[in-house]
Design a binder for this molecule. Structure first.
Ligand SMILES: NC(=O)c1ccc[n+]([C@@H]2O[C@H](COP(=O)([O-])OP(=O)(O)OC[C@H]3O[C@@H](n4cnc5c(N)ncnc54)[C@H](O)[C@@H]3O)[C@@H](O)[C@H]2O)c1
Length: 259
């Protein structure tokens, strides 16, 4: 059985993923702000460094999966937090444990979002995240933006995260480590509980071909199953994909894009 590290598994999608993996017999390590096996603030460089150190101490012979799930929504309104946690809290954690993943032929799954298909992402920020990746500089550049535009930064971090997974997959794959992304639609968790009335109107207006069986939000189990599959050895042929779990919204909006 494997050693699965997951961030943000105290609640929501992460908690459900952790419980599925535990039921499968795996050892699961939750890194979270609170209630984790390792408590750390992954929005800070110090928090990430401490968590990475701790994982090296506990698992010197390697880990099987790094699932980068912790994130905050635009409802939170803090653009710097969105940038630091959603993008750097995922990519820096994955990079920090790549050596541990290589030791056991492991894999990495990052949690993106189907907001990347909706045209709301600030592509200038996506470019800075992917190509510059200088957290301090980017935080300095975005510090004066109106928190009311946080949704465009949320979508930008999730777009950059999916692109990061695609970019890393060739190099990491050649070292035996798969890298994939899951892009969920709207899911019933603490995150969506925080949505404002205006945001809920936007959620309900989204075209979802399956209509999620008449429910505007999915259950976290639906996303957790996809994450558990992608991070399992059964998915060993899958590397560099962005798996949309969104009832077909991405396909509807981009039906001509077949790869
Ligand atoms: N819920 C949705 O509709 C939805 C849709 C698309 C993508 N997502 C993504 O799925 C992931 C999980 O979201 P969720 O809906 O389960 O949210 P959630 O709020 O239920 O869970 C987020 C978890 O991250 C942890 N966390 C928050 N700040 C942290 C920090 N600074 N350091 C460490 N941990 C921290 C929280 O304590 C919590 O356990 C996020 O990356 C989110 O962007 C969610």
């Amino acid at each position: 059985m494997g050693i699965y590290v997951i961030t943000g598994a105290t609640s929501g999608i992460g908690a459900k993923t952790a419980s599925i993996l535990k039921e499968q017999g795996h050892e699961v390590v939750n890194i979270d702000l609170k209630g984790g096996d390792i408590n750390a603030n992954l929005a800070s460089k110090e928090g990430r460094a401490a968590a990475i150190d701790e994982l090296h101490k506990r698992y010197p012979d390697g880990i099987d999966a790094m699932i980068c799930n912790a994130g905050v929504s635009a409802a939170n309104g803090s653009i710097p937090l969105i940038i630091s946690l959603n993008y750097f809290g995922a990519t820096e954690m994955a990079i920090g444990v790549r050596d541990l993943l290589e030791k056991r032929g492991g894999n990495c799954v990052v949690i993106s979002s189907n907001t990347i298909a909706q045209g709301a992402a600030r592509m200038d920020v996506v470019g800075m995240l992917n190509n510059q990746a200088d957290e301090d500089r980017i935080l300095d550049l975005v510090k004066d933006y109106d928190p009311a535009t946080a949704h465009a930064f949320y979508a930008a971090t999730k777009y950059a995260l999916a692109r990061w997974a695609r970019r890393m997959s060739a190099d990491w794959g050649a070292r035996g480590v798969r890298v994939n992304a899951v892009a969920p639609g709207n899911v019933r968790t603490a995150m969506t509980d925080q949505l404002t009335d205006e945001m809920l109107v936007a959620v309900r207006a989204l075209p979802v071909p399956t209509n999620y069986g008449g429910d505007p939000l999915m259950d976290p189990t639906e996303i957790a199953n996809a994450i558990a599959f992608l991070s399992s050895p059964e998915a060993r042929g899958i590397n560099g994909v962005v798996l949309f779990v969104d009832g077909g919204t991405d396909a509807l909006l981009h039906s001509e894009k077949v790869y």
